[in-house]
Write a protein that binds this ligand. Structure first.
Ligand code: SF4
Ligand code: SF4
Length: 119
């Protein structure tokens, strides 16, 4: 693991629960890391959110997407929450999202993908 990747992991891990997916979308998800959703959804909740807001897979945990929506509404750029985010590129796991942002590697979407870019 390179120095930049290691630094990102130790700084974003404790603060955001970063799982090092290498393509950060925190800016558009209310600073809530969607990779902590057990289904690793990138575009909003599954249909199984419990009535009390708990996660259907881990009921002891509040649904990540519910938290994300609540937090996003307090941000000046709250509309970014509604942007369509491309699926996770599994080749980028454990690489630095900072580096991938500056090289634009994180904006390469799968063939045939016609959704909007990430926020
Ligand atoms: S979206 Fe990816 S890079 Fe951003 S905090 Fe979550 S796991 Fe880390
Ligand atoms: S309830 Fe929320 S956190 Fe749990 S799997 Fe569904 S979308 Fe993910």
């Amino acid at each position: 693991m390179g120095l930049l990747t290691a630094f990102e992991k130790v700084t974003k891990g404790p603060v955001f629960g970063c799982q090092m997916c290498g393509q950060c979308v925190l800016h558009s998800t209310g600073l809530t890391c969607p990779m902590n959703c057990p289904k690793q959804l990138r575009n909003g909740p599954c249909g199984g959110v419990c009535a009390d807001g708990g996660c259907e897979v881990k009921p002891e945990m509040r649904c990540v997407w519910l938290k994300g929506w609540e937090r996003s509404q307090k941000l000046p750029w709250k509309d970014e929450f509604n942007q369509l985010r491309p699926p996770v590129d599994n080749r980028l796991w454990n690489t630095s999202s900072w580096k991938n942002y500056f090289t634009k590697r994180d904006r390469q979407a799968p063939d045939g993908w016609s959704g909007a870019g990430e926020g």
